[in-house]
Design a protein around this ligand. Structure first.
Ligand code: ZN
Length: 410
């Protein structure tokens, strides 16, 4: 509705905006996008989203320095670099570098069973307790928060409940609701990210209502968020120090150790199976022995590992192409009435040496059957003329699978 004299009126949340139009419109637009993003990531409903104490969250964020705001935003929106990201962007292992049992996400970092992390964790409840006490947190609220951390890390057999569950005392009822809402609806991991229920400050207010100088609960809430962020950031940084080293020298040593492991892994795989790469790439392993490779510089390590990775990809492409080419090649055997073997081509590696890759079994089986039919002889001639057969290749699996007495065409 327009009042008399208004040509246009800007409303936001049913309030009339009379100044700072551009910044308010931009802010409203960003808020809406951010809300959609958070709802998508947390899988919250609109109702759950509105249970979070966002004003305290914002106040805490504004109090941070610019540098801390950036690191807090990265933590909050799961933008910190974990192996889950490395897997998506660089095809590295997504596993946690500590326990190697679960995908490394921020949530996993906070719950990892790696002894170095767990040891650090054991010191944290005391630190957190001291910080909660320093902002005048009432004891029952403090105990409920401590229990929430405990139950989240070590889930109890029964449903997690507030320490004052069942009490009919007014503040206890509010605290039980706050605990339930945070633990079972919003999620305790979100508490780590400073997304706390609005009921926490109501519980604090109820416990402290008889104080002569009532606590500013809005301030308490934003201080709680600041404490939680610092707590999460500490754990994250601690894990990074363990994985990447706390000094530049340690970081370099750790990176070199990782590269050494990769080089050793590739060499061991090559020794076990020379078809680990195509013959034309085997110089990567034969040009210098492992001991000499391990003395290379950091850059040379990186280049060599990239070359081996590329050689592995070429081999995979080669195998896939062979497999694809072999399908039409054998179709006439699976369907004897079909047209006889068509013109076919099998990709071959000009430097491939079949004699080093064929197992005696597959060769014997192959030769035995090819001597009995014209079609198979044709195949035999073609394949034997072509140096493309590899026991490493999946195409050979097709060959072996096909040339069994039962499936052989009559
Ligand atoms: Zn782990």
């Amino acid at each position: 509705m327009l009042y008399p004299g208004y040509r246009i009126r800007l409303l936001l949340h049913d309030k009339s905006i009379t100044s700072k139009f551009s910044s308010i419109i931009i802010q409203a637009r960003q808020d809406s996008l951010l809300k959609s993003y958070i709802l998508k990531k947390t899988k919250w409903s609109e109702l759950e989203f509105n249970k979070v104490d966002w004003p305290s969250h914002e106040r805490a964020f504004r109090k941070l320095t610019h540098h801390l705001q950036i690191s807090a935003a990265k933590l909050l929106h799961n933008l910190v670099n974990t192996n889950r990201q490395n897997y998506f962007y660089y095809q590295q292992s997504p596993l946690c570098p500590g326990c190697s049992q679960s995908e490394e996400t921020l949530e996993h970092v906070l719950t990892c069973n790696w002894p170095a992390i767990k040891e650090f964790w054991t010191q944290q409840p005391t630190l957190l307790s001291n910080q909660l006490l320093s902002i005048c947190t009432p004891t029952p609220v403090h105990e409920a928060i401590s229990q929430g951390f405990q139950d989240w890390l070590f889930p109890p057999a029964m449903r997690s409940k507030s320490p004052v569950y069942g009490s009919l005392h007014g503040p206890d009822i509010i605290l039980t609701s706050a605990y339930y809402e945070q633990f079972h609806q919003l999620g305790w991991f979100q508490f780590f990210l400073g997304r706390s229920s609005t009921l926490w400050s109501k519980a604090v207010e109820a416990y402290l209502s008889d104080r002569h100088t009532p606590l500013d609960t809005a301030q308490w809430s934003s201080q709680l968020v600041t404490i939680l962020w610092a707590f999460t950031r500490n754990l994250w940084q601690h894990q990074n120090k363990i994985v990447h080293g706390s000094t530049i020298e340690e970081a370099v040593c750790l990176q070199m150790a990782t590269l050494h492991d990769k080089v050793r892994h590739h060499f061991a795989a090559f020794v076990e199976n020379p078809s680990y790469v195509l013959q034309r790439h085997q110089f990567l392993f034969t040009q210098k022995p492992l001991e000499a490779r391990l003395k290379m510089s950091y850059d040379s390590f990186q280049c060599w590992i990239c070359s081996v990775d590329e050689a592995r990809q070429v081999l995979q492409y080669h195998d896939a192409h062979l497999l694809q080419s072999s399908v039409p090649f054998f179709q006439s055997f699976h369907n004897p009435t079909a047209t006889h073997l068509q013109d076919h081509s099998i990709s071959s590696d000009s430097t491939y040496d079949p004699s080093t890759h064929l197992t005696s079994d597959s060769l014997t089986l192959y030769t035995e059957h090819t001597a009995t039919t014209q079609d198979a002889t044709t195949i035999s001639g073609t394949l034997l003329d072509d140096d493309s057969i590899s026991t490493h290749s999946s195409a050979t699996v097709v060959l072996n699978g096909y040339f069994t007495p039962d499936s052989f065409p009559s």
